[in-house]
Design a protein around this ligand. Sequence first.
Ligand code: HBI
Ligand code: FE
Length: 298
Amino acid sequence: DFSVLPELPADVFTAPLKKPAHVGHDWLEPKQTAYTSEDDAIWNDLFARQMDVLPGRAASAFMAGLEKLDLNRGGVPEFGRLSEDLSALTGWSVVPVPMLIPDHVFFWHLANRRFPAGNFIRTRETFDYIQEPDVFHDVFGHVPMLTDPVFADYMQEYGKAGWKAMRYNHLKALGALYWYTVEFGLILEQGKDLRAYGAGVLSGPTEAVYSVEARSPNRIMLNVDRVMRTDYVISDLQPTYFVIESFEDLFRQTVERDFDRLYRSLGPSFTYANTAVIDVDNVYDRGTQEYLLRGGRG
Ligand code: HBI
Ligand code: FE
């Protein structure tokens, strides 16, 4: 029962995050920041930059989501209005949080179909890269996909799965699944058009192009077991992307897998490097890894 925040088992380790005094145990901001006109201008410029590259590269469901939620009306969206529209579609809402929140709280919100989104926007100085997810990454990148009914259900299942992963001390494995689907996932639409649906890809201009077009990365059909054994790096372009056939495929693989069994069979660390192509892979594209060979971001 996730209606109230469940007590975290005493033996579960969570990284200590310092909770600001003004937020409660749910880590929710009492209300959304009042964004300035400069903040709104930053949103608009980020939005325009993405719209130059996303048509033809972003998943149809993502582009449809942007439209359904009218995310282009200018300025940082107001979460109340956004949540009304989103909940009419799939029952999800968007709630403001001050920063990265503890895993168990993040999972609890997802399990209740609430998406925690950053209550701040990047500055001109950090326009291209930010450490912590801001409102542009969270709302532009993640929220449109939550208008897709099947993807919306997948995200809720992921939240519920988080609690199980914590009990088995395999949060890193489940984190890899999030990384390679929700953040960096690709989809093969109609069996032929490769598009991106991951928020990490779609909220920045470089990887939106690289992920679907570059010769460098491997593109491998998603297998949940395989992905959960695969290491991942943050803060550079991915050497490998995992491709789904449909959101039904993703949902089915996740709910049908017996995670208790999987966690009992996992070792303490990842088995596969993020560049590996292994026997069992259904390879869509074998990459040259030229980007990494030239030293990546350095
Ligand atoms: N907090 N605000 C925020 N946003 C996230 O994406 C997030 C988080 N806390 C934990 C967390 N993600 C991870 O548990 C998942 O990415 C696996
Ligand atoms: Fe994200």
